[in-house]
Ligand binder design. Structure first.
Ligand code: PLP
Length: 419
């Protein structure tokens, strides 16, 4: 059963933000000589392996079995993930990047054909298309939540010569406009694939991300929400695709050493699957807690001019793989690098996810597509990701919000200090 209660809570407005706080708080930001919020430092993510005792027992079983790859632990992980995602097939792979490559190859990408995808994503989205033999054709993000803009994706598909696929990213775990993207892909006659690296545990209108499109590919690398050490999961409703992927991850060898196509070694090891299984067991609780943390941050900063948080639609659930601030620098009073410097002085680690956007990175700038992506360029310049991890205390996230508030209130002085 899924109810609205599972959805990410809406940001509340908090009585703790507003002018009363400034009146009682004489605090200066650390960048202007105040006490740092986190003298010992606050990293962006912290990987905390759940239930060590259960994991060690599972690892011992794997070691005793003598089978270190492609065995019963991998199958158990696939079955558990299929239940959780409510899809008939999950194929575990060595990484999300490899999973995306193999899905795109199986979907007929190749010979330089265009794969329409967001410029606002992680580089691996584009790399996967490249290694599958395709060419990225970048489309704009939606201003409101930074996921792929379906109307612009449709335009880019129409402009392409024989496009091969549409590839969309659930950015930070925010579910895409899956209904509109389905229509866009169908109208163009191309398969729809999701880079779901951030979205293990996300829901679109109560339905788990995993069953939308031809396939959705998750990552279990260490910065993601559920971790296997390294690893990926391909979820699909297509039995033939799942079968092809099982062969593809094993060099293209169905078992008789007569390879049917050039595959990869993209298997997941039993050891990684054991780690991943432990994580999966705690996933729903972790995702719920992350939503609570994000809501607390949003509530604490609700009154600040020029600052918003990337947020899912009402009724949707985000994993908040990243808690990302979107600044309007004129209203906020600081540019992203200035805020990042001031947060560093507080001991708070940040990243600019995703800046530069993929179409601006040196690997793809040669494609010369920047003229199509003015909105993505502006959005990418305005994002700053702050720390969030699954075991974080709500008090910690409130302290980060208080630091951002303090810095904003001293914006003119903070800015003057830099020039
Ligand atoms: C991390 C990430 C990937 C790559 O995942 P790996 O498992 O490390 O290959 C792909 N896409 C996005 C959006 C990511 O953040």
């Amino acid at each position: 059963m899924t109810t609205d209660a599972d959805a990410t809570p809406a940001p509340r407005t908090s009585p703790r933000t507003g002018s009363t706080r400034t009146a009682t708080a004489p605090d200066r930001p650390a960048v202007r000589g105040g006490e740092p919020a986190f003298p010992a430092g606050l990293p962006l993510t912290r990987v905390q392996v759940p239930d060590r005792t259960a994991l060690l027992a599972r690892l011992a079983t794997v070691l005793d079995s003598g089978q270190l790859t492609n065995g019963p632990t991998v199958r158990e992980l696939e079955e558990r993930a299929a239940e959780l995602l409510q899809v008939p097939h999950v194929v575990a792979v060595a990484s999300c990047t490899a999973g995306l490559m193999l899905v795109l190859q199986a979907a007929g990408v190749g010979a330089g054909r265009a794969v329409v995808m967001p410029g606002f994503s992680f580089s691996a989205t584009a790399h996967a298309a490249h290694w599958a033999g395709g060419t990225p054709l970048f489309a704009e993000a939606r201003e409101v939540d930074l996921t792929l803009e379906p109307a612009h994706a449709a335009e880019r598909l129409a402009a392409a010569d024989r496009p091969a696929a549409l590839l969309a990213t659930h950015v930070y775990g925010t579910p895409c406009q899956v209904e509109r993207l389905r229509e866009v892909a169908d109208a163009a006659g191309v398969p729809l694939v999701y880079d779901a690296a951030h979205a293990l545990g996300s829901r679109r209108r109560g339905v788990p991300v995993g069953g939308f499109g031809l396939a959705e590919v998750f990552s279990m690398s260490p910065t993601k929400v559920a971790v296997a050490g390294e690893g990926g999961l391909v979820a699909t409703r297509d039995a033939a695709l799942a079968q092809t992927l099982r062969i593809a991850r094993d060099y293209g060898n169905p078992g008789d050493y007569d390879t049917r196509f050039p595959g990869l070694n993209a298997r997941m090891s039993e050891l990684h699957a054991a780690v991943g299984l432990n994580w999966l067991a705690e996933l729903p609780a972790r995702v719920a807690h992350r939503g609570t943390l994000a809501a607390a941050f949003a509530a604490e900063t609700a009154g600040l001019a020029g600052l918003r948080t990337a947020w899912p639609e009402p009724g949707d659930t985000s994993t908040f793989k990243d808690l990302t601030l979107i600044l309007d620098e004129a209203a906020f009073g600081l540019r992203v690098p200035e805020l990042a410097d001031a947060l560093r002085a507080e001991g708070i680690d940040t990243r600019r996810y995703f800046h530069p956007p993929v179409h601006r990175q040196r690997a793809y700038a040669r494609l010369g597509q920047a003229e199509h992506l003015p909105l993505t360029d502006r959005l990418a310049a305005s994002v700053l990701t702050v720390p969030l991890w699954s075991q974080m205390d709500e008090a910690v996230v409130r302290r980060v919000a208080a630091a951002v508030t303090r810095i904003h209130r001293s914006a003119p002085q903070v800015r003057a200090r830099r020039t």
